[in-house]
Design a protein around this ligand. Structure first.
Ligand SMILES: [Ca+2]
Ligand SMILES: [Ca+2]
Ligand SMILES: [Ca+2]
Ligand SMILES: [Ca+2]
Length: 278
């Protein structure tokens, strides 16, 4: 948030109606240095430098007021940025991400509308210019909870995956290289399929997908066939209520690992990948 090279944090407080900006002191400590107004039910936030001034800006979703709001960084930790400069309508927004989906050099926004069973793709023609003619809506499964980007077919254009909680499936939307996503494939998932994330689990250069099945207490690993299509999933048991997922090489042995946060059993599982032979 203050472009000093250290990782900063945005922490949301639904009860207090703001999102705290916690800046890294450089020695592992964090100081609250700003607050972005939010709503009654902050669902997600994302940062990106939308106006190219070198300072990350904040996109804040509020499921209660059905809005996703864009706040510009005023270089003083948002202290004077009380009003969003753009508000995007949604119906119970859940997760969203920022990515340049049409590769025109300008960031676009993709929002999962949990209450509308759709995903909205907002394409900007120029910085901050999200025109109404460039809003595209795609039907998902029932209650899309998460939407996550990744290039599934290695064509250089971001695709995205959607975890649908009630229909218990995974939708994979492939980019047609113009930022449109008219093609999608549905894969069965478990009960309460919610959080989904994309990463290369087996190091073959193709992005794989992990879905957390909240009510089944497991995760599904879908390996990429090498053409953007996914294989039948591998199941791994987790704690109760798996939610947040993270793919990274946590033990630095060259193989991707999976971290899962279990909301009901209140613990964290880490599945370590097998390092490449030799
Ligand atoms: Ca900025
Ligand atoms: Ca773009
Ligand atoms: Ca792609
Ligand atoms: Ca792979």
């Amino acid at each position: 948030m203050d472009v000093d090279g250290d990782a900063d944090i945005l922490a949301s407080s639904s009860l207090e109606h703001y999102v705290s900006i916690l800046t890294n002191d450089g020695d592992g400590g964090f100081t609250e240095s700003g607050r972005v107004p939010s709503g009654d039910d902050t669902c997600n936030l994302a940062t990106w430098d939308f106006d190219n001034d070198g300072y990350p800006d904040a996109l804040v979703g509020d499921a209660d007021s059905n809005r996703v709001s864009l706040f510009l960084n005023d270089h003083h930790y948002f202290t004077s940025a009380a009003e969003p400069i753009r508000v995007f309508r949604s119906f119970q927004p859940n997760m969203f991400f920022v990515e340049d989906v049409d590769r025109n050099g300008v960031p676009d926004i993709v929002i999962a509308n949990e209450g509308a069973h759709t995903v909205t793709v907002l394409i900007a023609s120029a910085p901050l210019n999200y025109g109404t003619e460039q809003i595209h809506t795609y039907v998902t499964g029932i209650e899309p909870e998460d939407v996550a980007p990744g290039d599934l077919n290695n064509d250089g254009f971001p695709d995205f995956v959607v975890g649908n909680y009630v229909s218990a499936d995974l939708h994979v939307f492939i980019n047609d290289r113009t930022g449109h996503f008219d093609r999608h494939t549905v894969y069965p998932a478990g009960r309460g399929a919610g959080r989904a994330t994309v990463g290369d689990l087996n190091g073959d250069g193709f992005a794989d997908v992990v879905v957390a099945n909240y009510e089944d207490a497991n995760i599904y690993l879908y390996f990429n066939r090498g053409d953007g299509r996914l294989l039948k999933p591998v199941r791994l048991r987790t704690g109760e209520g798996p939610g947040f997922l993270w793919i990274d090489d946590l033990d630095a042995d060259g193989a991707a690992d999976i971290l899962v946060t279990n909301y009901i059993s209140n613990d964290v599982y880490v599945f370590f990948g097998r390092p490449p032979a030799g």
